[in-house]
Design a protein around this ligand. Structure first.
Ligand code: F6R
Length: 235
């Protein structure tokens, strides 16, 4: 694992955006795996700025999102988050965007996304990490799922994400890429932001063991992972 330690989240976001934009310039038809939440906001802002300034072209690129809530309101959906923070501000063709439809039958959506991953390989997967070590919504458990699936969310995840919801009520289920879908990405960029991640980050950096109790540790099995985080979170 290639570890980049920074002085601040802003520096992490800058480095993360640079890595994504470099990958895009080397492969204009890049398939990007995308995350939502606090962590990528600064990365997406810089990517939008690069597009505005004429320094990035997404016209041949595609994207697939890690996850989406089941049965949430449009304004609380990850689709809306992605539109607001990225898609509306860059020239990624709408037909090249893949994300679970929060209004559709979840089983139909799981099957649609499973077919997508049978055909396509993510070139660069952007990940954040939950305070409980989840990646995507692969929550700590005795077993983990390899493929796209519907998952109940843990209380830890619902608490961590409640602030995104106007009424504070987080859906209890989500559709998520599975661990195998994530680990098949050619390159993985994990950005860790926030004090609440300190303990799981320590396990990932210092434990050297893979455990379903901290799904992020499965990244130790992947040959091309870059982790960017603030140095202060690692001491
Ligand atoms: C989001 C996702 C989650 C988040 C994680 C960290 O699409 O899959 O795994 O990356 O919960 O969230 P933040 O960045 O809000 O701390």
């Amino acid at each position: 694992m290639n570890v980049i330690l920074t002085k601040s989240y802003e520096e992490s976001a800058q480095k993360g955006a640079e890595l994504i934009l470099n990958a895009l310039s080397q492969n204009p038809a890049l398939l990007l795996g995308l995350a939502t939440g606090e962590t990528p906001v600064g990365i997406y802002r810089r990517i939008c700025d690069a597009y505005r300034d004429g320094n990035a072209d997404f016209s041949r690129a595609s994207s697939v999102n890690l996850d989406e809530y089941v049965g949430c309101r449009a304004e609380d959906s990850y689709r809306r988050f992605m539109d607001d923070n990225l898609f509306s501000n860059i020239n990624l063709p709408s037909e090249n965007i893949t994300i679970a439809d929060h209004t559709a039958d979840p089983i139909t959506e799981v099957n649609r996304l499973r077919k997508f991953f049978e055909r396509r390989t993510v070139d660069l997967q952007l990940l954040g990490i939950g305070p409980n070590g989840h990646i995507g919504f692969n929550e700590p458990d005795d077993e983990l799922e390899p493929h796209v699936h519907i998952t109940p969310l843990t209380k830890s995840t619902m608490d961590a994400n409640a602030h995104w919801f106007a009424d504070g009520v987080v859906p209890e289920r989500a559709i998520t890429m599975g661990m195998g879908d994530i680990l098949r990405a050619r390159t993985i960029l994990l950005v860790v932001k926030g004090e609440s991640k300190r303990a799981v980050l320590r396990e990932l950096l210092n434990g050297g063991k893979v455990t379903t109790r901290n799904p992020s540790t499965f990244l130790l099995l992947h040959p091309d992972v870059t982790l960017i985080t603030e140095e202060s979170l690692t001491v």
